[in-house]
Design a protein around this ligand. Structure first.
Ligand code: GDP
Length: 191
């Protein structure tokens, strides 16, 4: 079902801006530059659907996309770039917490991890927030084409170790490359 029938719906800046909760919803989270926009575009087969998350003005929004008649795909802003003023960051963190703990139709979060870098401190923080919000999450490795096969296994081992500490984590890790199309059918099936 995830195909050309994906569309941008709206950017949300406050809980009262969320659309109705009558659709199944999955969200995508990840550090800035992890390859989130590229993955959403590749997944939906629509180049330019998700803009680079560091586009000024859009960074603090929860971006909603419709998938067919039944799902929402939710693009959470990239984290890890602390160049925003503190009040902006705090407002955003509050919205993120409210969203994760209060959104009944949210079925799963996909936490994107760069295959070259593995799990960083900010990734750990979002995973802990997902634990405490009781949102099950699954790790998606991005840019797998940029890493040699023998190095890939080392990173995967680090990710597995990190996941073992998080009760809300699915043990299965999805390996993807937006560039090569790797893992996209698997990810579509999971959604
Ligand atoms: P975002 O900030 O998380 O939305 O990241 P982008 O999707 O804008 O990607 C950041 C950079 O990584 C861009 O230069 C992309 O071209 C590159 N990139 C994203 N996905 C892949 C991939 O699967 N393979 C390779 N080689 N590069 C990628």
């Amino acid at each position: 079902f995830v195909g050309s029938n994906a569309d941008f719906l709206k950017g949300v800046v406050a809980m009262n801006g969320l659309p109705g909760d009558d659709r199944i919803e999955v969200c995508f989270a990840g550090r800035s530059n992890v390859g989130k926009s590229s993955l959403i575009n590749a997944l939906t087969g629509r180049k330019g659907l998700a803009r680079a998350s560091n586009t000024p003005g859009r960074t603090q929004e929860i971006n909603y996309f419709t998938l067919a008649e039944s799902h929402y795909l939710v693009d959470l802003p990239g984290y890890g770039f602390a160049n925003a003023p503190l009040p902006v960051i705090e407002k955003w963190q509050k919205l993120l917490k409210q969203y994760l703990s209060g959104r009944v139709s949210l079925r799963r979060a996909f936490v994107l991890i760069d295959s070259r870098h593995g799990v960083k401190t900010v990734d750990e923080e979002i995973m802990s927030l997902l634990d405490s919000s009781a949102v099950t999450f699954q790790v998606v490795m991005t840019k797998a084409d940029k890493v040699k096969e023998k190095d890939r296994e080392k990173i995967m081992e680090q990710v597995r170790k990190a996941l073992a500490k998080h009760p809300a984590a699915f043990p299965e890790i999805v390996m993807t490359s937006s560039e090569k199309g790797w893992g996209l059918p698997t990810l579509r099936a999971l959604i």
